[in-house]
Design a protein around this ligand. Structure first.
Ligand SMILES: [Zn+2]
Length: 307
């Protein structure tokens, strides 16, 4: 499973418009609330009996003592019969340093958090972070500029003036490995640390298919023409709300010309070297992204497979 995918919650989207049901679940002492402070989830300190780091899901009464009544609260879904919410407590001072959370745990950025919690907890973090981030950035109507308010348990914002409706956004990004026999194309972004290479990637544009975006990005960034494009897998990437669409693409030649506005370098990576890198060995002075990134899984799947 790719990190941030595999959300275990039943989103129960049909319940979002049932204000009475949402309100009663919000007060139900058996419900659980994930505090998010400045987009960082609360995590529980590993205990002696359970050495893993887990999501800091709190009872509503405890969570509510961290923020005022207006703090945005999103219904994430149901775990069995238990409702799970995310509460934006960005306005509160660091509660882990005192008050009800003292000694219980800590706040950590989503990327780090996802690498120390279970795959299921990471997926819940992705949902909570993208949702709260969207609300923080959409307080005003893009159509008329008036303030908007949250409705439907967080899944819609409504303009108080022109009645325009606004929905949480997901931004599709293609990330692809062009391959030619026993080599695949990797690139080094200008901002990457020395030696770090990854799969090429770019946002899908309006009016464009996934395959067209893959072909365009490979042509723009590396002047590589590709034929067949195949879908691999997707990954929610909550920075702030991308959906990474992993693909493989068959290159028609190994000629490259790097677009130096975007990339420092592109390289064809031999499969034997890719296998060594995936196994954690040093090879060719190259580093590849860690398993939190779908690029790692694209490389691994190709390296361990047959052409
Ligand atoms: Zn408006």
């Amino acid at each position: 499973m790719i990190p941030f995918a595999g959300n275990p919650l039943n989103r129960a989207s049909e319940k979002r418009t049932d204000t009475n049901w949402i309100e009663s679940k919000r007060r139900d002492p058996s419900s659980l609330v994930l505090p998010m402070r400045r987009l960082e989830p609360f995590l529980l300190e590993p205990g002696r009996s359970d050495p893993s780091t887990r999501l800091g899901l709190l009872r509503p009464e405890v969570a509510d003592s961290l923020a005022d009544g207006d703090a945005p609260c999103i219904f994430l879904g149901l775990d069995g019969d238990i409702a799970v919410f995310a509460l934006d407590i960005s306005e509160a001072s660091d509660p882990a340093n005192g008050g009800p959370l003292a000694g219980l745990g800590f706040f950590r950025d989503a990327r780090t958090a996802a690498q120390i919690v279970s795959i299921k907890d990471a997926a819940i973090i992705a949902q909570a972070k993208s949702m709260i981030d969207w609300h923080q950035r959409h307080g005003f109507c893009p159509r008329c500029g008036a303030p908007t308010k949250m409705v439907d348990a967080g899944y819609r914002r409504l303009c108080g003036k022109c009645n325009a409706e606004h929905f949480p956004r997901v931004d599709p990004v293609v990330i692809m490995l062009a391959t030619d026999g026993d080599a695949c194309l990797i690139g080094r972004g200008k901002q990457f640390p020395p030696g770090m290479f990854s799969a090429l990637a770019g946002f899908i544009e309006p009016g464009e298919t996934i395959e067209e975006a893959v072909r365009r990005e490979l042509m723009e960034e590396a002047s590589v023409k590709v034929g067949e494009v195949t879908y691999y897998a997707t990954q929610p990437w909550p920075f702030p709300s991308s959906l990474m669409i992993g693909c493989f693409a068959k290159a028609e030649s190994r000629d490259t010309k790097v677009d130096d506005n975007e990339l420092a370098e592109v390289r064809w990576l031999e499969r034997s070297v890719a296998r060594a890198l995936i196994a954690g060995k040093q090879a060719a002075g190259i580093r590849i992204p860690p398993p939190i990134a779908i690029a790692h899984h694209l490389l691994k799947t190709w390296a361990l497979g047959e052409d």
